[in-house]
Every structure is written in structure tokens, then in C-alpha cells.
Design a protein around this ligand. Structure first.
Ligand code: TNX
Length: 481
């Protein structure tokens, strides 16, 4: 169907405006919003599809019907993928008849703003580009050894003393409560839920910069010492900002009641400004913490989140604790072939009435290199080209019922990304692979690498129009128009 400056759009104001703005950014054509009979009709009708689903018809006219507001938003994103420029410079929408709804309710991306800080505008960009791929959760990794990134009024030294720097001594930063609320509201306008993470009991060196009495002396392990020599990075020193990439050297004091006062206050303040149901309490890589202490902490921290009226989420290691709070959601970041106790730890969440998010590190990690010589990223979990990111099955990794898998999350850890364009190169196009795995059922001709790579290539003009710095991997036939 041809699209011209005379084309008209009718439907709910917010989503109609989002469509018109996106068409204008891409084509320079600005259709007008009208009421009543239009060339493009947007509406909501719960009967057309399951939750978050939609139907879309492009014939002589266009109709997008969402099962709910999110479904309508997703139908509009698909419509934008059908926008094409012809040889003669005119614009149109490809004919289509689509009825679709997501396989998993939980489709997430994670941004680590602790190793390198990224401000509100960059986070909004990620919300735009991720929600356009139909992701509906944004996990913010707000604290780590290198910095504390969110204002907590009852513990003001966190941001006053422990937020100024990032990894490599780069500048830091933090979100005021106003900033955080702005992110949450912007995410909601794109149908994304924000999950804040406070990483505990390890990854807490920065807490000790602000409140030394809460944190143990750094525990140096052989890997940490070897890495710091190889990378020429400093070792952690108690009370001073840490600028290296090492992990597993810090822990809050597990046998001090004041630690739990701290966790309770932080969780309460976060819960107050987080409308989404989840608070993530970390739990990864507490290498210097005795197992019994770690398990004790896991049980108490998850219960504090429940008491604050939220659902706890934790990295899979917290599943080592027999009594993590019931209903805690585990985030599995092991290999697609589980190693050590990872599978057992993950299964504990299910046994305790919770469920799992799959972030298998050798396929979903957005901070792994695309190729051994790729300038950005790490390689400890593997080299992840686009095909590797695409070819895995979230229900085939662990021995748990399929219903226990809530969905998929793709994390971007930011040790090596100092600039936003570097984040985008690692995220795009691989996030699109995880988006399809999370959205589309398996077993169809479209859910194959051969189909995906061509459809992925067709996103290039759209991403260029949106100013997204994606990695133009040679595995994908990128379209010019
Ligand atoms: C492991 S994955 C970590 C992070 C690092 C990441 C780098 C996980 C739960 N913990 O602390 O940033 O590796 O890839």
C-alpha cells in the first residue's frame, strides 16, 4: 500500500503518534492523525489474540488490532518493519496478513550501568530500540564493585561517595530518584517493566567506599591477581573506588544486623519507586563468601524483598540456599550445557514455587565478542556470532518443566563499553535473535536461521533511520532499502 503525505492514521493517540513519528524519521513522510475512517486504523480488541498479541492486515488499507495496548504497540512495530522505499523513492507498506502473539511472557534485556554509567537519555534509547523488538522487561544492574548508581535517601553516602567513577577510572554517575522514575515511566510508555538490581552479597566493594562498616576486607583470589596483572588493572583496596574488572573479591558483612537494616532500607526505597513486581538481589560470584554464610544471606535477602511486597529475582547461585523465599525467580546464566552445580541451583527456584529466566551465557550474553578479533567485549563464555545467538532452545537447557521457564533475558555487561555506540554494536543485531527466541514458537519454517537472517537483514534501513550503531555482521544479508 503506498504511503504519502496524504495518508491518515486513526486510533489511540499515544500509539498513533509513535507510529507517525517513526514513519517520519524513516521516510520524511508525516501521515496525519485523524478521527474515524483512515488509511491506517489502530485499535484494541481483546478477542483478536492472546495477551500482547495482535492481528495486522496490509491490503488497500491497513488495520492493526491489539489484544491489549501492548499488543497494539507490537503490531505497530511489525508494521514499521513492513515500510519500504521503492526504486523511484516512493514509500509503501508491504502486503501482509499476520496474527501473532508471544511464546514467553518475559522477554528481557539487561544493561549494566555499574561498570560504565549511562545516563537517562541512553537508557531511553535502549528502551526505544528494545521495545521495537518486542522486549518487555528492562533489567538495570544498578550496583557493583565499581559504583552505586541510584539515589537512596536513607543511605546518602552511596551516591555521594561511591558513584563518581566507573571501570578503568572513567567518569561515573547515578540516577536521582527523579531520573529513575523518568526511566520507569518512559519504559511503561513502551510497555516495558523495569527490574532494578542491587547486587548482593558480593559485587559490593562500592558500598564499602560509602559505608566501610558494612563490607568485609577484599578477598583476593588467584584469578583476580592474574587478571589484574594481565590487564594492568589495580587490585581492590578497602574504602577506595575500584576501577578494575575483577569479580568475587567483595562481600557485605553477613553476621552484622546493620547489613540487613541496609538491605531493608534500600529494598523499601526501590520498591516505592518501582511499579513492576520484581526486585533483583543479585547473588552471583560471591567467591570469597563461605557457602553457609552465602546461603543464610540468600534466605534473608529474598525474604526482605517479599516483605516489601515484591517478587525477588536472583542469579542462579542463590538457589544453593535451601530456604530462599518461596516464589523467588532464578536467573540462569550458566552454559547451555550446565556445569558444576548450576542446574541443581537453578532447579531449587522451581522447587520453591518460583520459576526461571534463561540467560545462558554462551548464547545470550551480549558482552561476548562476535569473533575472536572483535575489538569490544569479553570471551570467557564463548565467542557468540549471530547464528550462535539464534540457535538455542530455552526449554532444553535445564531439567525443569517447560512451564517453569518464564522467558529469556539478554544481558549487556559494560566492562569494555565506554561509549553508547559501543553498547549498541554489541547489542545489535544479537538482541534481535533473543527477541525472536522469546517471541516465536519453534517448529515453523520461519523459526530457522535461514529465514531469520534474511528478515534480520531487512531491519538495516530501519535501524539506520533510528541512528542505531549495529554490527553489520557478514552472516546477515543486510538490505539497502
Ligand atoms: C559475570 S554473569 C558476571 C558479571 C560480569 C560478567 C562479564 C554474572 C551474573 N556475573 O559480574 O560483568 O560475567 O561477562
Amino acid at each position: 500500500m503506498p504511503l504519502t503525505a496524504a495518508s491518515t492514521v486513526s486510533g489511540p493517540a499515544a500509539v498513533a503518534a509513535q507510529l507517525i513519528d517513526a514513519v517520519a524519521r524513516r521516510s520524511g513522510i508525516r501521515p496525519s492523525a485523524i478521527e474515524g475512517d483512515a488509511d491506517i486504523t489502530l485499535r484494541v480488541d481483546p478477542a483478536v489474540a492472546a495477551s500482547e498479541g495482535y492481528t495486522l492486515t496490509v491490503a488497500d488499507r491497513v488495520e492493526v488490532v491489539g489484544a491489549d495496548e501492548a499488543g497494539l504497540f507490537y503490531g505497530v512495530q511489525t508494521l514499521l518493519q513492513l515500510l519500504r522505499e521503492d526504486e523511484d523513492g516512493s514509500w509503501g507498506l508491504l502486503r501482509a496478513e499476520i496474527s501473532d502473539s508471544p511464546r514467553f511472557a518475559r522477554r528481557g534485556v539487561m544493561l549494566d550501568v555499574a561498570r560504565h554509567f549511562f545516563g537517562v537519555d541512553h537508557v531511553k534509547r535502549l528502551i526505544d530500540s528494545a521495545s521495537a523488538l518486542k522486549f518487555n522487561h528492562l533489567h538495570l544492574h544498578l550496583t557493583d564493585d565499581q559504583g552505586w548508581r541510584v539515589e537512596i535517601e536513607s543511605w546518602p553516602e552511596l551516591t555521594a561517595r561511591a558513584s563518581a567513577t566507573s571501570a578503568d577510572g572513567d567518569p561515573g554517575g547515578f540516577y536521582t530518584k527523579g531520573d529513575y522514575r523518568e526511566i520507569v515511566a518512559y519504559a511503561a510508555s513502551r510497555h516495558m517493566i523495569v527490574i532494578p538490581e542491587i547486587d548482593l552479597p558480593g559485587h559490593t566493594h562500592a558500598i564499602g567506599v560509602a559505608y566501610p562498616e558494612l563490607v568485609e576486607e577484599p578477598v583476593l583470589n588467584d584469578g583476580l591477581i592474574a587478571d589484574s596483572e594481565r590487564l594492568r588493572q589495580p587490585l581492590p583496596v578497602a574504602g577506595q573506588p575500584y576501577t578494575g574488572w575483577g569479580v568475587g573479591h567483595s562481600s557485605v558483612r553477613i553476621h552484622e544486623e546493620r547489613t540487613y537494616d541496609f538491605v531493608r532500607d534500600v529494598v523499601r526505597e526501590l520498591a516505592e519507586m518501582t511499579p513492576g513486581p520484581y526486585i533483583h538481589v543479585g547473588g552471583d560470584e560471591s567467591l570469597g563468601t563461605p557457602q553457609a554464610d552465602f546461603d543464610l544471606f540468600a534466605a534473608r535477602a529474598t525474604q526482605i524483598v517479599v516483605d516489601a511486597g515484591k517478587i525477588p529475582v536472583a542469579w542462579h547461585e542463590m538457589g544453593s540456599a535451601a530456604d530462599i523465599a518461596e516464589g523467588t525467580v532464578g536467573q540462569y546464566w550458566g552454559n547451555t550445557v550446565p556445569q558444576g552445580t548450576h542446574a541443581e541451583d537453578a532447579a531449587r527456584f522451581v522447587a520453591r514455587g518460583g520459576a526461571l529466566i534463561m540467560s545462558a551465557s554462551n548464547v545470550t550474553y551480549l558482552d561476548m565478542k562476535y569473533a575472536p578479533d572483535f575489538p569490544l567485549g569479553l570471551d570467557w563464555a564463548g565467542i557468540i556470532d549471530v547464528r550462535t545467538a539464534y540457535e538455542w532452545e530455552p526449554t532444553a537447557v535445564l531439567d525443569v518443566p517447560d512451564a517453569a521457564i518464564l522467558g529469556v533475558e539478554a544481558p549487556l555487561w559494560s566492562e569494555t563499553t565506554r561509549a553508547w555506540s559501543e553498547v549498541e554494536q554489541l547489542v545489535f543485531p544479537r538482541a534481535a535473535a533473543q527477541a525472536e527466541i522469546a517471541w516465536s514458537a519453534t517448529g515453523t519454517a520461519e523459526r530457522t536461521w535461514d529465514s531469520f537472517r534474511v528478515r534480520l537483514g531487512a531491519l538495516a534501513p530501519l535501524w539506520k533511520a533510528e541512528g542505531i550503531t549495529f554490527h553489520a555482521s557478514h552472516e546477515v544479508p543486510w538490505s539497502a532499502r
